[in-house]
Write a protein that binds this ligand. Structure first.
Ligand code: PLP
Length: 273
């Protein structure tokens, strides 16, 4: 196994990041998770665009995308695997102990972990905690993810693989690491980015490829929707067969099943859509 740090491939046992790194001490960092299929990253251009947007939102210097591309290519080449989670992490670097960022330069790490393909359907729960649609970090993919850690642990306790949040207004928002879609009267809907959700790359492609509408929806729509599905880099489109105590036993329903087929066709057509 090799990872990228300090501009070169390194053995993870030998790679060192400072204990004063602002990513570690206060979560001052951003990241991307990219799917790698047989060593080929999927939708890398969109992920790098979002990395740049997240950096801008956090006030970090723009990442050197040539280096990030080189790092991704080197890491996937050094670690052959069928399906990988390619993880780009970029932080504020060595800083004083506090919220002020230092000026020692940023930290870039690129690593790869092997994953297995997700099942076609899964269970989700709703959680009582909210996404803040008006926060300083809203819409940014930052390493301040501990709220997601707590919510995802709750989902696992309940036999589910994802926890779904409403925003502060009680509107449907997103999961800990996924976007959510519902089918109502045969039409697909997903919350708008203004709900406070991350502008998921899978979400954007699913909207473009299925004609899903962006609709402001109450959290309670999950109790009524004919079908529910999740999207994320590693889930692609994944049907939901249970939300809290509600069984959607024939998941994937017909609309979701079609969306999954369309996804597979379009994604196979173009590695960097
Ligand atoms: C909070 C959150 N929402 C949604 C998503 C889905 O985004 P993407 O499709 O780009 O993986 C993610 C990323 O995995 C996420 O962390």
């Amino acid at each position: 196994m090799k990872i990228w740090l300090d501009g070169r491939l390194q053995d993870p046992q030998e790679a060192r990041v400072s204990v004063f790194d602002h990513g570690l001490t206060v979560g001052d960092g951003i990241f991307e998770t990219v799917k790698s299929v047989e060593g080929r990253p999927f939708a890398l251009t969109r992920h790098l665009d979002r990395l740049t947007r997240s950096a801008r939102g956090l006030g970090l210097p723009a990442p050197d995308l040539d280096e990030v591309r080189r790092a991704c290519a080197a890491v996937v080449e050094a670690n052959p695997m069928a399906l990988g989670r390619l993880r780009i992490t970029y932080t504020g670097g060595v800083s004083p102990l506090g919220s002020d960022r230092g000026d020692a330069g940023t930290t870039l790490v690129v690593a790869l972990g092997e994953v297995t393909r997700r099942p076609d359907t899964t269970a989700a729960i709703t959680v009582p905690w909210t996404r803040n649609e008006r926060g300083a970090l809203t819409g940014l993919k930052t390493t301040s993810y501990a709220e997601n850690v707590v919510a995802l642990a709750r989902a696992h306790e309940r036999g589910a693989s994802e926890a779904l949040f409403a925003n502060t207004l009680g509107r449907l928002c997103e999961g800990t690491g996924s976007n959510v879609f519902v089918v109502l009267d045969g039409e697909i809907h997903t919350p708008p980015v203004a709900s406070g959700c991350l502008a998921g790359i899978t979400r954007a492609l699913a909207v473009a490829w299925t004609g899903a509408k962006e609709t402001d929806l109450p959290l309670s729509v999950l109790a009524e929707a004919d079908e529910v599905f999740l999207t994320s880099t590693l889930r692609d489109i994944q049907a939901v067969h249970r939300v809290d105590d509600r069984d959607l036993t024939d998941a994937p329903g017909p609309v979701t099943a079609k969306a999954m087929r369309v996804w597979d066709e379009r994604a196979a057509d173009d590695l960097d859509p």
